[in-house]
Design a protein. Sequence first.
Length: 206
Amino acid sequence: MDNIADLDFSKTYTYADYYSWRFEERVELIRGKVFEMVNYPGATCMGTNHQIILGNIAVELWNFLRNQENADVFMAPFDVRFIDKSRFDEDVSNVVQPDISVFLDRANLDERGGIGTPDIVVEILIGGNNLIELKEKFQLYEDFGVAEYWIVFAEEQSLVRYTLDRNGKYTAGKVLTNGDKFSTPIIPGFELTMDAAFHKVHDFRN
């Protein structure tokens, strides 16, 4: 399929379909339903501050994990396929492109991206409609056992870290802003400061 307009958004699809599409628009599959990736009103790309924050957090993670042989950090666009029944393309109905994905087991990777559950996912929100990240992806990541989900609110320069509890449900930590920092048992010894995460972010409204 060469044109996104030819998609039937009422249908459900699999990764086999997704991998065959040739249109330029970026989409994700969540429980087989197509979600077009929209950033914020008037945007034709991810946006400057989005890219700054993305780079800041990814660099912090990459620098810490660079010498750990089985650990990898990936930035969008990078497909992550969650496994329902099997790894066969026809059985995969969840394909998303998180802003940052951390995999601590290379068994969950192949030449086309992630093929299993990441250990940490980061999504950066800037204005607009963030319902997919706050509802659809939140539920997806929780259901498939992503150990930590970091939601970054770029305009507020804040971060909320969700961790799975014993019942497999996300529990929110406190809202972190400039001057705060946190560590995670998922990556022993790693610490992220909010000053590093939001370094050089600019208020373009002024």
